[in-house]
Design a protein around this ligand. Structure first.
Ligand code: C2E
Ligand code: MG
Ligand code: MG
Ligand code: MG
Length: 293
């Protein structure tokens, strides 16, 4: 009897394993197809300078525009794309799309905005990446000094020559480099001081605890102090409240993103958002209330 129950459990376990594996395989196939069909869209989240709250750029964030499920968030498929090796093709699509968007914005008169792009660890360890990136830049005609690559901070755990050379090659191309999700994972402080990056992004986990959680406040202050010692800019992620904004301004954090300023916008919303902004700036100028004056 007991043996039978055991066997049934085992059978059940096997079946649910099969179901999970089958679902993964199915999704992987779907993802492969989606890449073939370019079923993706980029949304853009503005980056704001904290001293005057002006918009300095935007981060491209990929979404899967699924025919049945609608817009699917990246945490639902990036991992799978990495595990299956599809991230390289997806990444190439993202780059090309973001570069084209950058060129289109410039043509529409929205100049001087920085476009940030996310890289996953798998892409970072791909030696062909530098060539691919340079090719996409050339083909799209984007001004490379307007681009910023966000590297996962835990790549600094690989305190290797190869990692250092990877970042140096990017810098030689003229692109800005930042470290994403700083503070949550492992990161070699030795590498942090050696590697030629421009800025660090404080993970939104810490920002979330501001101002009520003392530990979050201290970690945030410490990260900002460390970054400034190393001559790096700091970008705070996930700013949602006025209190967080005030705290970060007082801590001399340079830049921020978050729903307090704007959530990620689709292409059309972005165009509207930027024209409103420039209109507002013009009006402020006309009426002499430009805060910069
Ligand atoms: P990330 O690079 O750290 O991006 C920030 C995430 O926080 C975005 O989620 C953004 O929508 C969200 N966020 C921004 N402000 C707020 C806020 O005030 N409150 C809250 N609760 N969330 C906020 P999203 O778009 O779902 O992206 C998740 C992650 O997926 C990204 O984290 C990034 O690691 C990855 N990802 C997105 N696009 C790409 C891509 O093109 N390539 C790669 N390799 N990874 C990507
Ligand atoms: Mg990012
Ligand atoms: Mg992040
Ligand atoms: Mg991230």
């Amino acid at each position: 009897r007991a043996k039978e129950v055991g066997r049934n459990n085992y059978q059940f376990f096997l079946n649910s394993m099969n179901i999970r594996a089958a679902r993964r395989m199915l999704m992987q196939e779907e993802l492969r197809n989606a890449i073939e069909l370019s079923q993706f869209v980029l949304h853009y989240q503005p980056t704001v300078k904290l001293s005057d709250q002006s918009v300095v750029g935007m981060e491209a964030l990929v979404r899967w525009n699924h025919p049945d499920r609608g817009i699917v968030a990246p945490d639902q498929f990036i991992q799978l794309a990495e595990d299956s090796g599809l991230i390289h093709k997806l990444g190439e699509w993202v780059f090309r799309q973001a570069c084209l968007q950058c060129v289109a914005l410039e043509k529409a008169g929205f100049e001087n905005y920085i476009m940030s792009l996310n890289l996953s660890t798998k892409q970072v360890s791909d030696l062909n990446f530098i060539d691919l990136f340079a090719r996409v830049v050339e083909e799209t005609g984007v001004d490379i000094t307007k681009l910023e690559l966000e590297l996962p901070a835990n790549m600094l755990m690989l305190e290797t020559q190869a990692m250092m050379e990877f970042v140096q090659s990017l810098k030689r191309l003229g692109v800005m480099v930042s470290l994403d999700d700083f503070g949550t994972g492992y990161c070699s402080l030795g590498s942090l001081s050696q590697v030629p990056i421009d800025s660090v992004k404080i993970d939104r986990l810490f920002v979330k605890g501001i101002p009520y959680d003392q530990k979050s406040r201290e970690v945030t202050n410490a990260v900002i102090a460390l970054a400034h010692k190393l001559n790096l800019n700091v970008i705070a992620e996930g700013v949602e409240t006025r209190e967080q904004l005030k705290f970060l301004q007082e801590a001399n954090c340079e830049l921020a993103q978050g729903n307090l300023f704007s959530h990620a916008l689709d292409e059309e919303q972005l165009a509207g958002y930027l024209s409103n902004l420039e209109q507002g700036q013009k009006e402020r100028f006309i009426y002499g209330t430009n805060p910069d004056n």
